[in-house]
Ligand binder design. Structure first.
Ligand code: V0V
Length: 138
């Protein structure tokens, strides 16, 4: 089953500007920045509270016009792009959701933030929300 909210993903045009905004206005702390070429993003993990136990906001900026985030920004503008849940085993969680009629975007998990393993439920199957499953690195 799902363990907790891992992060809420927010599409932004300019990552550095967004990190500065979330830090100054909401008092969040940037705990990780990375470029994920497989996903076409440059991303920053912002801890909401003093530890990441309080959940994170993941700021997502496109690396190229072909990126899922570039497409999202074109269509919807900046804003919430995904909700991500922590799971113990992403393959098991994906299999359970497939059994319940959800389309998973990938046949096998791909690489997410900091070596996590990820998959997604299609937003059209989940009431218009792109749902991400995250198995943290061991
Ligand atoms: C598209 N749609 C969405 C949506 N993206 N609805 C809600 N939330 C979103 N994020 C709607 C869109 O408006 C269409 O609705 C419909 O889905 C199908 O659109 P499409 O043009 O066929 O699909 P695309 O080409 O926009 O692709 C959508 C998907 C794509 C979800 C398939 O974005 C994708 O592959 N996402 C997974 C990867 C990803 O998002 N990577 C970036 C984060 P109408 O018009 O038909 O009603 S990377 C990340 O999270 C990392 C690294 C991490 O957490 O570790």
């Amino acid at each position: 089953g799902l363990l907790r909210i891992d992060h809420v993903g927010v599409a932004v045009a300019d990552l550095d500007e967004a990190v500065e905004f979330y830090t100054r206005v909401f008092g969040m702390t940037c705990v990780h920045i990375e470029e994920n070429t497989d996903q076409g993003v440059r991303e920053a993990m912002m801890s909401v509270g003093p530890t990441t136990e309080g959940g994170c906001v993941q700021l997502l900026a496109p690396l190229s016009p072909a990126s899922a985030i570039a497409k999202f920004l074109d269509r919807s503008g900046p804003g919430v792009q995904q909700v991500a849940y922590t799971v113990r085993d992403v393959e098991v969680a994906a299999a359970v959701l497939r059994d319940r009629g959800m389309r998973l975007l990938y046949d096998a998990p791909r690489r997410g933030t900091a070596g996590s393993r990820i998959n997604f439920v299609h937003p059209k199957d989940a009431g218009g929300v792109l749902v991400e499953l995250v198995e943290p690195p061991r």
